[in-house]
Design a protein around this ligand. Sequence first.
Ligand code: NAD
Length: 513
Amino acid sequence: MKTNINAVLKQLGIEEINPAYSTGSNWGKTNSEKAIESQSPVDGKKIASVQVAAEKDYNFVVETAQKAFLEWRKVPAPKRGEMVRQFGEALRINKEALGTLVSYEMGKSLQEGFGEVQEMIDICDFAVGLSRQLYGLTMHSERPNHRMYEQWHPLGIVGIISAFNFPVAVWAWNTALAWVCGNVCIWKPSEKTPLTAIACQHIIEKVLIANEVPEGVCNLIIGDRIVGELMSNDGRVPLVSATGSTRMGKAVGAAVGARLGKSLLELGGNNAIIISKDADLDMSIIGAVFGAVGTAGQRCTTTRRLIIHESVYDNFVAKLVKAYGQLRIGDPLDQHNHVGPLIDKDAVASYLDSIEKCKAEGGKFIVEGGVLSGADYTSGCYVKPCIAEVKNDYKIVQHETFAPILYLIKYTALDEAIALQNGVPQGLSSAIMTLNLREAEQFLSAQGSDCGIANVNIGTSGAEIGGAFGGEKETGGGRESGSDAWKAYMRRQTNTINYANTLPLAQGIKFDL
Ligand code: NAD
């Protein structure tokens, strides 16, 4: 069935020309000459134009957000949670339309588009509960008749910079938590996926109006790197949560660090699955193939490397090549297809360049890559998932190429496999496929994986919102989503209250007048 994208756009409130910013229900036009033409990687067609904000627009949004924070921080957290609950309900109503637009504007499969919106709904549910659980500790004071405890307060403006590959979920992860914590948010989405961002703002707008939330609590600003840089250098934005490449994270981290602000960085991965001699190979194939080709290799948690035990290597690789032969590449809105397009032609060029570099370093391709052409591939963004036998220390293997190129490495002993898995600059997601308890526990121990995510008998991609999400080393060290990730969105205050009729000093210090 052909998707009627115009009907989807209408349902989501997307017009021909879309404004550069919104402070809630107030959508602002800009004088800036710049516009982004949103083009679908699915069929290469222009979807709509979006204006780009100028610096003056940015400043207006920040000033509006500053004023809004003064009101928003007074609203009790469970009441803020109630608005997040209503936001989750609004997402449920719009799940199909928003998921379809995600698929069409970004190129991921329709199922993954729906899954992304489901993640938004899940984080709303999580945040509603969290709004009654922003717990601080109480401590025993060393001084008599004193009470000591800590509490958590909101930070103020949370700047959210997001990447193209999860164009809506990452915003919701940040916003739902930041909101119940009492912050106001300014979102700068990826310039490659502005329409899904505008659609999200339209969805939340109705909740803001219904609850008479002041302008400036939930802001959207369309722009490229320049707007991200304004935010990173802006002392009025105490926390910048940035998701994207390590290159971007280093720039944001340095700018925010130079003004001693806080940053929450979610950056690139270079994720591996260890296929042990004791693995269930049939199960491992599903984890490996979905991990490597899902979202056309454009997930931060995509499986980029397979580290395979020598005793099962030939058998496993034969199964892998067979599975690759069955992959259907094409329109991601057609649910029969497994692999959609890359985001744009720059991404295709980077994919081709990486294949050449891999070959130049000695990589042997056992499934060849290439760009697809013809009536089904008019956007020029469809590529073949490919597989190469490599060495882990090749420069190209150390680097995250955001495309479906899978590298194979053979190992003999588990210590060696873990060292290979850890032997890259990034530290996001990792996995071992094994039915051997000793191997699994070693992989998860302090001598095991050095990543933020370590799985057993599950691939590297696809995380649940209940756990803290993020990674180490060049992945940036940030944690979003579940567990106690909310603490990054608040400031901690330690309070000591003296209810004695004397003023004893800590550490027994005497100071008599
Ligand atoms: P990107 O780094 O090109 O852009 C991400 C965002 O940063 C965009 O909004 C962009 O405008 C902005 N930006 C770029 N340079 C900036 C700068 N100097 N200052 C401020 N803002 C700047 O990334 P992309 O191509 O959109 O996304 C792919 C990357 O994102 C991959 O590396 C992927 O691994 C990573 N990613 C990581 C996670 C995670 O949770 N770890 C999740 C999704 C994507």
